[in-house]
Unconditional design. Structure first.
Length: 132
């Protein structure tokens, strides 16, 4: 989308160490950070529970999925205080072109949105299941 393109323009300039940018891509906020040692860090919330994280959602993030791609190794962080789950990616940013950087952010955004849908599904299934 045009809007996504405009957002991605924010990362055309190389980030300095410690710098952080918030991008709004496809309806979600993605934090892009430059860590020490030319490491690039992306993070975005993929689940927000009302007042707890259901068992089915916790189990779901332990499983491998078709939308996990080998080229982008992601990991999860459970924020128990806010009942949220964050998806993270850390990669090496050494000499990354702006184009590759944009592709990475978009790829990360796509993986995150697939996780969002999947975890929401798990959450809904939990609500429907009747103990018995």
């Amino acid at each position: 989308t045009m809007f996504a393109q405009r957002e991605l323009r924010k990362i055309e300039e190389p980030l300095q160490e410690g710098e952080e940018i918030l991008l709004h891509v496809d309806g979600a906020d993605i934090q892009v950070q430059m860590l020490s040692g030319s490491k690039l860090h992306f993070s975005t919330p993929v689940y927000r529970g009302g007042n707890y994280i259901p068992h089915s959602v916790r189990e779901a993030i332990k499983r491998k999925h078709a939308f996990c791609i080998a080229t982008m190794r992601t990991s999860f962080h459970l924020d128990e205080t806010h009942f949220a789950i964050w998806l993270h990616y850390v990669g090496v940013s050494d000499r990354l072109s702006a184009e590759i950087m944009k592709d990475l952010v978009q790829e990360f955004g796509e993986i995150a949105s697939q996780w969002r849908c999947y975890l929401d599904e798990q959450d809904r299934n939990d609500l429907v299941r009747v103990p018995g």
